[in-house]
Design a protein around this ligand. Structure first.
Ligand code: ADP
Ligand code: MG
Ligand code: ZN
Length: 601
């Protein structure tokens, strides 16, 4: 009889489960529903793939993206797992052939999009098939409370009544506690376990920088990352191309990636990123989903992401191998305004808008936090933590100073100009600038005009960001980002309350990145000799992948090649001992790699 543990070794080639995996698998094997919340890269797929292989009847996996399904299916097939997949990107004939393999019992797993599953014909067919389990991947799409609600996913609520005997196993990397309860209710009336595991990624350093000059800040950051693989996120297609060109000019190996590029070019770019060392991708968020590269050493955001959930998912792509990785986010008030604008333009119901606005506020509070960032982040996901020692605030605790008077200058200016202007104009008035706009509105005659003359613009920008995060100032998007005064701000303005803020330093980026770099190089794990073998193993992988016309990860993951380079197996048993080498992959690729390792030494 096989067990989860034996399946893990023989099929996937892994020796042990990661934290959380065994617990989730035990729940499923005991026939209970679960909602598992684990961060990206934690290994959610195995949690349902292992039980699915042990069940007699088929398991149906619902996944929102064709690309994600294809990756999963290709990965499973490479391990010799019989799996079927039906989606609109395939011909009708292919889909029919796939369905036959399910009905015949050949395939233990069937990957489907939610709309396919919920079609009346498919539901009828499913009833005859009586699946052992329904797996809902990216389950946050079920909830209207989640950041990425999908109407097709909402229909999955019928599964619990249509298939009362089937186990429901749902997985997501991003759900706050209200969303988790909502998902569990929708999918299984709350009758099942919610298992939250391992949000902390201690090897990721966290840092936030105030935006001054985006290109310059990026260049400085990258100076310390030379030769490392990483992702730089930008918001617009134009920016990805601009920044990539800029990095290439500075001597980095960088490529842009966005949804507007030709599909083949996107595929090639992704392949190069997977296969080559030291490649930097400058991408919109279209890049990264389903990417499984263990040695991404940094993720750098040139803009504010949409929420903490999105941010954590994006930075979570770094350092999957457990070695130190650097993350940094560069943002300014114009980002906040743009994000707010996106939310308001979304046109969804006002409930949705309010939730998204609250999410943005949470992100902003995180950015302006003066305590350990990891604590703030983990608290948001419902986990307690001690100060981490691996974030900018832990390493250089921000000094708090009294800023009552400067804030009063700003508030006075907001008030006297009718709370109708954005930060640029407010700062210009407070600093006593001479602009056409000021003259046009006669703002040189307001009480606050020039009161903050002695204070630099970057300081005032930082002050306004903090006051926004602390709820002393609000931003009115319907009036183009006009700053307004909240009751809390009113109290400071009238002298009934004081205001303290972080000292605003513009030079933090550079010191921080340099410091992080020393950490990364210090943690380098491979000896020169192993690294040399690793690059030959990678070349071999590339050859094999090319000859098969498949992406490189189908052969072996980077983590597997690294383990192989270190263990230097010289016989079949030793090769099977390498993490990620299961029996089927051993048969397919083992001899070729053994030969390479033993060819010269
Ligand atoms: P998630 O869906 O949680 O983002 P995946 O299921 O894609 O993560 O897994 C991420 C990576 O971790 C994959 O390369 C997978 O092979 C690897 N992995 C999963 N479980 C284990 C394990 N027990 N031991 C070693 N590697 C594992
Ligand atoms: Mg996944
Ligand atoms: Zn910290």
């Amino acid at each position: 009889m096989t067990t989860p543990h034996l399946t893990l070794k023989s099929t996937f080639g892994f020796d042990k489960f990661r934290p959380g995996q065994d617990e989730i698998i035990a729940e499923i094997m005991a026939g209970r529903n679960v909602l598992a919340v684990m961060p990206t890269g934690a290994g959610k797929s195995l949690c349902y793939q292992v039980p699915a292989l042990l069940f007699d009847r088929v398991s149906v996996v619902i996944s929102p993206l064709v690309a994600l399904m294809d990756n999963q299916v290709a990965g499973l097939r490479a391990n010799g797992v019989e799996v079927a997949c039906i989606h609109s990107g395939q011909s009708r004939d292919t889909n029919i052939a796939q369905w036959r393999r399910v009905v015949s019992g050949e395939a233990k797993l069937l990957y489907l999009s939610p709309e396919r599953l919920m079609s009346p014909r498919m539901m009828a067919a499913m009833t005859r098939l009586s699946p052992a389990m329904f797996v809902i991947d990216e389950a946050h799409c079920v909830s209207k409370w989640g950041p990425a609600f999908r109407p097709e996913y909402a229909q999955l609520e019928q599964l619990k009544t249509e298939f009362p005997d089937a186990i429901i196993a749902a997985f997501t990397a991003t759900a706050d506690s209200a969303t988790r309860d909502d998902i569990a209710n929708i999918l299984f009336n709350g009758k099942g376990q919610i298992i939250i595991h391992g949000f902390d990624r201690p090897n990721l350093s966290l840092a936030i920088n105030a935006k001054t000059d985006r290109k310059l800040q990026l260049t400085r950051f990258m100076e310390n990352m030379r030769g490392q693989s990483g992702i730089v996120y930008a918001l617009s297609r134009k920016n990805t191309e601009e920044f990539a060109a800029h990095l290439v000019a500075a001597g980095h190996k960088a490529l842009p990636y966005h949804a507007g590029l030709d599909a083949q070019l996107r595929f090639d770019t992704q392949e190069r990123f997977m296969a080559e060392d030291g490649m930097v991708i400058v991408a919109t968020i279209a890049f990264g989903m389903g990417i499984d590269k263990p040695d991404i050493r940094f993720v750098y955001h040139t803009n504010l992401p949409s929420s903490l959930e999105a941010y954590y998912q994006e930075i979570g792509r770094a350092g999957r191998d457990g070695d130190a990785a650097v993350t940094a986010l560069c943002y300014g008030l114009d980002d906040v305004r743009m994000r707010r604008q996106f939310i308001m333009n979304d046109g969804a119901g006002s409930d949705h808008q309010n939730r998204e606005l609250r999410r943005l506020d949470a992100l902003l509070s995180y950015c302006e936090a003066s305590t350990c960032r990891r604590q703030v982040m983990l608290a948001y996901f419902g986990e307690d933590a001690k100060p981490c020692g691996n974030c900018d605030n832990c390493e250089t605790p921000p000094e708090m100073i009294d800023a009552t008077q400067p804030l009063q200058h700003i508030l006075t200016t907001i008030k006297d100009t009718g709370a109708r202007f954005g930060q640029a104009h407010i700062i210009a008035v407070a600093r006593g600038a001479d602009t056409e706009r000021i003259r046009q509105f006669g703002h040189q005659n307001t009480k606050g005009y020039g009161k903050a003359k002695a204070i630099g613009s970057p300081y005032l920008q930082g002050l306004i960001r903090q006051a926004l995060a602390s709820g002393h100032i609000a931003m009115d998007i319907e009036r183009f980002g006009a700053l307004t005064i909240t009751p809390k701000g009113q109290a400071v303005l009238s002298g009934h309350a004081t205001y303290a803020c972080k000292v605003i330093a513009a030079t933090k980026t550079r010191q921080r990145a340099a410091h992080q770099h020393s950490k990364i190089t210090a943690k380098k794990t491979l000896s020169e000799r192993d690294a040399e073998l690793l690059s030959r193993l990678k070349a071999k992988r590339m050859d094999i992948a090319r000859s098969l016309g498949k992406p490189a990860f189908i052969v072996f993951s980077d983590a597997t090649l690294i383990d192989m380079a270190q263990k230097r197996p010289d016989n079949p048993d030793a090769m099977l001992d390498v993490s990620g080498v299961g029996t089927v992959k051993y048969e397919k690729f083992g001899p070729a790699f053994l030969e390479l390792i033993n060819s010269r030494d």
